[in-house]
Design a protein around this ligand. Structure first.
Ligand SMILES: C[S@@+](CC[C@H](N)C(=O)[O-])C[C@H]1O[C@@H](n2cnc3c(N)ncnc32)[C@H](O)[C@@H]1O
Length: 200
């Protein structure tokens, strides 16, 4: 492992010390707008690297059948409590995203992610694309906010437009890829809102 790559223990350490610089404390505003515009396909959603899961709560509140995955215990336990407090349902998996088995194949209408693609090692990016593609139904959607840090090293690892195009184009049609004025204040101009459709 490279020195700048993060282990599961490193991520868990962030939850133990409450050092969660990435956590917006609410669902990302660009996602809310897309939902209001009915751009989220109805049905089953997977949220990889869900963290404290503000998106997961939002999806569950709005009638989606949501599965969330994170390999940090601190993330998963927070999210389980959040759902319970609100009497909401969701399948929360305390697991490495890359170890999700064949029972996830082709069952999701949408994968919704933010700051997960930038959290994994760049070496894992192609594997990420293959996994998301395998888990989506034909013509399923990947909707994501991808962090354009414009900095070296990581995590978070810089994600350029070219990174997204080069990794996803084989398996996905990129329907939209742009910065959005709706980004949270600290992310304005620094994230790509991507709407990608799995090729059939
Ligand atoms: C930068 S945080 C983002 C969390 C959340 N998406 C958000 O925006 O608040 C990245 C999350 O991915 C999780 N993570 C990193 N690698 C993972 C992997 N291989 N499998 C599952 N979770 C992972 C970490 O534990 C952490 O909660």
């Amino acid at each position: 492992m490279n020195q700048d790559e993060y282990s599961r223990e490193d991520w868990q350490g962030h939850y133990e010390s409450n050092d969660l610089g990435w956590d917006l404390g609410e669902v990302a505003p660009p996602f809310v707008k897309l939902w209001q515009e009915e751009k989220f396909p109805v049905g089953k959603v997977l949220v990889p690297g869900c963290g404290r899961g503000h998106e997961v709560v939002f999806l569950a509140e709005n009638g989606f059948e949501v599965t969330a995955v994170d390999f940090s215990e601190g993330a998963v336990s927070f999210l389980k409590k959040s759902l319970k407090k609100r009497n909401l349902k969701g399948r929360i998996l305390y697991q490495d995203f890359f170890s999700l088995d064949d029972s996830h194949n082709g069952i999701y209408d949408m994968v919704l992610e933010q700051t997960f693609f930038c959290a994994i090692s760049p070496r894992q990016r192609q594997d990420y694309v293959l996994n998301v593609s395998r888990m989506l139904k034909p013509a399923g959607m990947l909707i994501g906010l991808f962090y354009h840090t414009e900095k070296k090293g990581g995590p978070p690892y810089n994600t350029t437009r070219e990174d997204i195009e080069s990794h996803f184009s084989k398996k996905f049609v990129i329907q939209q890829l742009a910065k959005t004025s709706l980004s949270a204040e600290q992310r304005k101009g620094k994230e790509w809102l991507g709407i990608l459709k799995k090729k059939i």
